[in-house]
Design a protein around this ligand. Structure first.
Ligand code: R5P
Length: 282
């Protein structure tokens, strides 16, 4: 991305101390500079979050003028409510930490915003939630395998992504109603549209355990869908999720590289470079 933008990529050294703590050193001069930090906080979220906090605090301490954080996958966003008494409001806590180290502005991609509808409800710095859905829809469209697919968002929150993908593909969409019963267990209920004799594209922000997608596949196949493909922004793919989804009959599953995975075929780099240019940083 730095090459593409004609910017310098600042070198960092990171390693672990013998006791497991993280060591971080910024190897280039950053005094007076605007610095773009790109850090996805995925599979080892605590580790990567601490690395982000150490980095931004150090950059500011070394005299960086402004730090703009790009956090393609923003872990902890799903714990945005106290579902049981005494639970941590993790989303709020992480937002506080980002601000406290001196992040001046933050960009995320398809951050889970179920109950907290706008990042500005939890962040006082400028924040922007970008979407990778047009990139995913373009990938599906270029592959040319789905004929005017019905786009399905597996829950209410996915409506915004289903709408974007359907518009991009020039087709129709619907959503399901979802009730989460446990971490790996969900119940889905269809609404109006029927998948009978249709190609279908399921779109969602995250595939974690795969439970949501597997339930959606069951309903759509029982309605008579011809072929079902799946696209998500963040392929977390915990607990053998990908095998479960293929075993349930999905034809192809595609995700972006906000989270590195075997199905991260779509890069969000163009989304990030576009924003860096728009912000006048390159
Ligand atoms: C939840 O509302 C999200 O949009 C995803 O549907 C959810 O995180 C997927 O999780 P899983 O793959 O574990 O069902």
């Amino acid at each position: 991305m730095a090459l593409e933008l004609g910017l310098n990529a600042t070198r960092l050294e990171t390693r672990r101390f013998p006791d497991g703590e993280k060591y971080l050193r910024v190897l280039d001069e950053v005094k007076g500079e605007d610095v773009v930090v790109i850090q996805s906080i995925h599979h080892a979220p605590d580790d990567l979050l601490v690395e982000y906090l150490l980095l931004v605090d150090t950059l500011k301490d070394l005299g960086a003028k402004k730090v703009i954080g790009f956090i393609p996958y923003f872990a902890y966003a799903r714990q945005d409510e106290r579902f049981h008494p005494g639970e941590a409001l993790s989303f709020k806590t992480v937002c506080k930490l980002l601000e406290s180290v001196g992040t001046d502005e933050v960009y995320t991609i398809d951050t889970h915003q179920h109950r907290v509808l706008k990042s500005s409800d939890v962040l006082s710095i400028p924040s922007h939630n970008l979407t990778a859905m047009p990139l995913l829809a373009d990938y599906i469209s270029k592959s040319g395998v789905l004929k005017k697919p019905l786009v399905i968002g597996p829950d209410m929150e996915a409506e915004r992504w289903a709408k974007i993908a359907a518009e991009r593909l020039g087709t129709d969409y619907d959503i399901f109603e979802k009730k989460r019963l446990a971490d790996e267990d969900v119940e889905l209920r269809p609404r109006k549209a029927s998948a009978k004799d249709r190609d279908v594209l399921i779109v969602d922000d995250i595939i974690s355990t795969g439970g949501t997608i597997v339930e959606a596949l069951k309903i759509l196949f029982s309605q008579g869908a011809k072929r079902i493909d799946v696209a998500c922004t963040h392929p977390i793919l915990a607990s053998g999720a990908l095998s479960k989804i293929y075993e349930a009959g999905a034809q192809t599953v595609v995700g972006t590289d906000t989270v590195p995975s075997p199905i991260s075929y779509v890069s969000v780099a163009p989304l990030i470079t576009e924003q860096v240019r728009k912000a006048g940083l390159a």
